[in-house]
Ligand binder design. Structure first.
Ligand code: DQA
Length: 147
């Protein structure tokens, strides 16, 4: 079965509690459950992982090689700073979609820079937590087109 990894970076464990006017009121556990159910009903295995630590995220991308066929990555603030995460995506060659809950381009200028976007298949942002299922559908379409 095709396997997809949803990888969430720093502070996304606070989803539902953190700035709900920006990130909404849904908890990460509920978002993850919806993604797993959506994957299952389309014949895909979905695994979800969150870490606040850059190295853990790098390790998780490395470990995804040979295990997962695609990654949906909301790297949080590391999107705007982490060459290491971009290098991990390039190094493993796992198709990756960059995801943001908020429209980062309608926010502070420091959120307009992404180290992930140039190495990603594409970017989804600004659709709230619904973006996770949008990204799953986009990855399913991408992998289907590639095979
Ligand atoms: C975010 C946007 C980032 O700029 C921010 O640092 C986050 C969340 C989003 O999902 O909208 O932590 O990735």
């Amino acid at each position: 079965m095709t396997s997809l990894l949803i990888l969430n970076g720093p502070n996304l464990n606070l989803l539902g509690m953190r700035q709900p006017e920006i990130y909404g009121s849904e908890m990460l556990a509920d978002v993850s459950a919806s993604c797993i159910a959506h994957g299952a009903s389309n014949g895909y295995a979905v695994t979800c992982f969150q870490s606040n630590h850059e190295g853990d995220l790098v390790d998780t991308i490395h470990d995804a090689k040979g295990t997962h066929d695609g990654i949906i990555l909301n790297a949080g603030a590391y999107t705007h700073t982490s060459i290491a995460l971009a290098d991990a995506i390039v190094g493993t060659e796992i198709p990756t979609i960059e995801l943001h809950i908020s429209n980062v381009y309608a926010r502070e200028a420091f959120r307009h820079k992404s180290y992930i976007a140039p190495v990603a298949v594409g970017v989804i942002c600004g659709f709230g937590t619904a973006g996770y299922v949008l990204a799953l559908n986009a990855m399913i379409g991408h992998l289907g087109a590639a095979s």
